[in-house]
Design a protein around this ligand. Structure first.
Ligand code: NAD
Length: 441
């Protein structure tokens, strides 16, 4: 029995709150293959579509993935317009611009060719162009009203060019709410793309810094979804439809999360070191989708919840090797910088799972004590960070102890993920974890 299960508040909660007894697996449609991007035109033609809006970002606009998509559309006589003003790490403002573009003409389908920033932008544009509403209506509470998506959306094909977010499999879109300096999002199963086309040719041009950051996002997705609160420790929803997409760890998500972690352990270093390593790139693209299916149903917890505050508070940090002009903390970096400190904190709630994750990542766990599980996992993740030249903690990005109250404040509203922390926490715990994350090694 772990320590927190014995504390009086947890015992009272367990006695008085009825817990969920079921979980649901929403699967995503994905098609995988070298060169599968070329099928996009035929796919849309077979779906009876005639006029597409293609979302991408300014950097990708001139790279092979977009060129291949446009050639395929032309070959199959699908009319298209291109929106290449996706903001890397999107904001509510950049979403609004994309929504206006989607509303500007009579598109019958959307294509997203890019990383998580592009796929998320296309999801939002699809939603608000189909069901116009006040911007905060669909946004996650407590920042927005959390209204459900009213009905089916238009066809959206997602073609990821990073091996990272798994956004092609999820019903989630994330943006920086500029006014609050915090990331938040919209979560609903209907946001899920109609089909994800996973083509390892599309990650060939990934700069090493992006391959490293996005790969560490996959690593954290897998570990977080495997170590969240179990689904049967969440409160029972009043009606089945109110069961959240992020339900807590469950036996089916575990399969996807653990397999994603195995792939990351074997292939992440190779994919970063050598972009011509086809096997490694293909495996990381699969890992990203596997982890997306895992966390899309189980959910995430504190590393992501805290990352939204970190990236929302960015000042002038410009990530080395990132093909972007504006200051930003790349998503994967904002996540992984918190991860070691978080897992040292959460491991007492689910030590066996923390130890198993460490073992899959290559740690020696024979004879290890469960009390040391968090440290063993954290140390292994730090090794990955060092090998991949990730900054040594939040301090290297310019954050200081005086920022901790604002970082805590930015994390507390992230209920959708933070409430799945396997170990209950308060603001003081968060402050301590942020303090531990200032310097990683
Ligand atoms: N919806 C979800 O389920 C989900 C999950 C995790 C993260 N996210 C969000 O996704 C966003 C991050 O997405 P990301 O990490 O995939 O990166 P990204 O889309 O922000 O792209 C990062 C940079 O890499 C470049 N790039 C991408 N693919 C390339 C390629 N093949 N060749 C050359 N350059 C390439 C882009 O042009 C951009 O400059 C964040 O906003 C994050 O919050 C969403």
């Amino acid at each position: 029995m772990t320590q927190w299960l014995n504390d009086p508040i947890t015992q009272w909660y367990n006695k008085t709150v009825a817990h969920d007894y079921a979980f649901e697996m929403a699967t995503a449609a994905v098609r995988f293959g070298f060169g599968v991007t070329r099928e996009v035109g035929a796919e849309l033609a077979d779906l009876g579509k005639q006029y597409a809006l293609v979302f991408t970002d300014a950097n990708l606009r001139s790279l092979p993935p977009v060129a291949t998509v446009l050639e395929s559309l032309e070959e199959h006589r699908i009319r298209y317009s291109t929106f290449d003003r996706v903001r890397v790490e999107p904001t509510d403002e950049s979403f609004r611009e994309a929504i206006s573009a989607a509303q500007a003409d009579n598109f019958d389908c959307f294509l997203a060719v890019g990383g998580g920033s592009t796929i998320d932008t296309a999801k939002a544009a699809n939603l608000y162009s189909c069901y116009p509403a006040d911007f905060l209506d669909y946004v996650n509470p407590p920042i927005g009203k959390g209204k459900p998506v009213p009905g089916p959306l238009k066809t959206l094909l997602a073609i990821p060019t990073t091996a990272g977010t798994g956004s092609e499999t999820t019903g989630v879109t994330i943006f920086d709410f500029v006014r609050m300096h915090a990331k938040t999002g919209i979560a609903h199963r209907r946001l899920k793309p109609t089909l994800g086309l996973l083509d390892p040719e599309n990650t060939r041009t990934l700069p090493p810094a992006v391959a490293a950051s996005t790969g560490l996002d996959v690593l954290s997705h897998a570990v977080e979804s495997y170590t969240t609160l179990p689904f049967d420790k969440r409160p029972l929803p009043e009606r089945p439809i109110l069961r959240p997409a992020y339900q807590g760890s469950n036996p089916i998500s575990d399969v996807w999360s653990l397999e994603a972690l195995r792939l990351v352990a074997t292939y992440l270093h190779r994919a970063v070191a050598d972009p011509s390593d086809d096997e490694a790139r293909a495996s990381m693209l699969l890992a990203a989708s596997y982890a997306g299916i895992g966390f899309g149903n189980a959910g995430l917890h504190l590393p992501h919840g805290m990352s939204y505050a970190v990236s929302g508070l960015v000042r002038d940090y410009k990530a080395p090797g990132y093909p972007v002009g504006h200051p930003l903390v790349p998503h994967g970096i904002s996540v992984i910088l918190n991860a070691p400190a978080v897992f040292r904190f959460t491991s007492s709630a689910r030590p066996e799972r923390h130890l198993k994750a460490a073992e899959i990542l290559g740690a020696k766990v024979n004879g290890a004590r469960l009390e040391d599980a968090g440290k063993i996992l954290a140390d292994k993740i730090i090794e990955f960070m060092q090998d991949l030249h990730i900054p040594n903690g939040l301090r290297e990005l310019g954050y200081q102890s005086s920022d901790i109250p604002a970082l805590v404040e930015g994390t507390l509203p992230q209920h959708r993920v933070t409430k799945l922390s396997p170990r209950p926490f308060g603001p003081e715990d968060l402050a301590k974890i942020f303090s531990d994350a200032m310097v990683a090694w």
